[in-house]
Write a protein that binds this ligand. Structure first.
Ligand code: ZN
Length: 311
């Protein structure tokens, strides 16, 4: 059962899209690889930050919904997104964040990895985690961050669950992940041959209360499958395990299936291809508003609804 390779992308809810863009490209130095709209709510942007090529597993995406109340962390939510940085880079990052007036927390040691904690402008918890693990990564030449310090992509996510058992069963029996280690209330799961990009830490946090999704919350965590055939097999296993996956939805840059994991976190299964270069010149990703073909006829109305990202 190696169909689920790790994390494909994480999607979260931001406030003002310009502040979101400035933080993730200007400060964290990621590349805006796709400027699109929420396909279920086309008056809202969908902004994708990744490495230079938008390799699967590098991608953190946002729906900016400034009018939404702030989320409240609790069980059934993703409490933090871990971004991979090269070994030895956290000192650079602590200084870079401080110079920009962004507070970062004390360094934490977790499962043998050093993590620098920071909160984005809209309240989302991020950890910059040092790792040497090999992964697909293309440095972004125009980044304000030097290539040897750049964010490598998603390292993992930290989920808060009322109880470990049901989520563990899904991760192990359906996804084929294994429990790597447990420290206190935290349990680390990794895919077969686990590496950076596939870490799922689960906090068994019974009694802290149910989380409420809002601004600054992670909306869903998408897991990678290599192709359509693997997507079908993984969906069938999710269904057979008693969960309720959606039909396959064509997101144009990849195909998606969504379902709620037993603790309430929204999961997605997404195919590695065809990728972000399918409709844009790789040298100019993210520079213009891209719509999937079925929304193209509505472009004028959609553009009029969206706030400007420039200036
Ligand atoms: Zn998604």
């Amino acid at each position: 059962m190696t169909d689920v390779l790790g994390i494909h992308h994480v999607t979260a809810i931001a406030g003002d899209p310009r502040e979101n863009l400035a933080f993730y490209t200007g400060l964290l130095g990621m590349r805006l690889v796709k400027r699109s709209v929420n396909q279920d709510d086309p008056g809202t942007y969908h902004l994708f930050y990744a490495d230079a090529e938008g390799n699967p597993g590098t991608d953190l995406t946002f729906f900016p919904w400034p009018h939404l109340p702030a989320g409240r962390l609790g069980t059934g939510l993703t409490g933090e997104v871990m971004l991979a940085v090269p070994k030895g880079a956290v000192r650079y990052w602590a200084e870079r964040l401080a110079a920009a007036g962004v507070h970062s927390g004390p360094l934490e040691e977790r499962f043998g990895e050093r993590a620098l904690l920071v909160t984005d402008p809209h309240g989302m918890a991020i950890a910059l985690v040092e790792t040497e693990a090999e992964r697909r990564f293309s440095p972004w030449e125009a980044s304000p961050v030097p290539a040897d310090k750049q964010v490598r992509g998603i390292h993992g996510v930290r989920l808060w669950e009322e109880s470990l058992g049901p989520s563990r069963k899904l991760l192990e029996d359906v996804f084929g992940f294994s429990l790597q280690a447990s420290v206190g209330e935290w349990h680390r799961f990794v895919p077969t041959g686990g590496s950076s990009g596939g870490v799922v830490d689960v906090r068994e946090a019974g009694g802290v209360g149910r989380g409420v999704m809002g601004r600054g919350s992670v909306h869903h965590v998408a897991f990678r499958v290599p192709d359509d055939a693997a997507h079908g097999r993984a969906r069938a296993r999710v269904l057979a395990a008693g969960h309720r996956p959606t039909p396959v939805i064509d997101r144009f840059w990849f195909k998606s299936v969504y379902f709620s994991e037993p603790g309430g976190v929204l999961f997605e299964l997404a195919t590695d291809g065809p990728g972000f270069a399918v409709d844009e010149d790789p040298a100019h990703l993210g520079e213009h508003l891209v719509l999937p073909p079925w929304l193209e006829s509505d472009r004028e109305r959609i553009e009029a609804m969206l706030p400007s990202l420039d200036g």
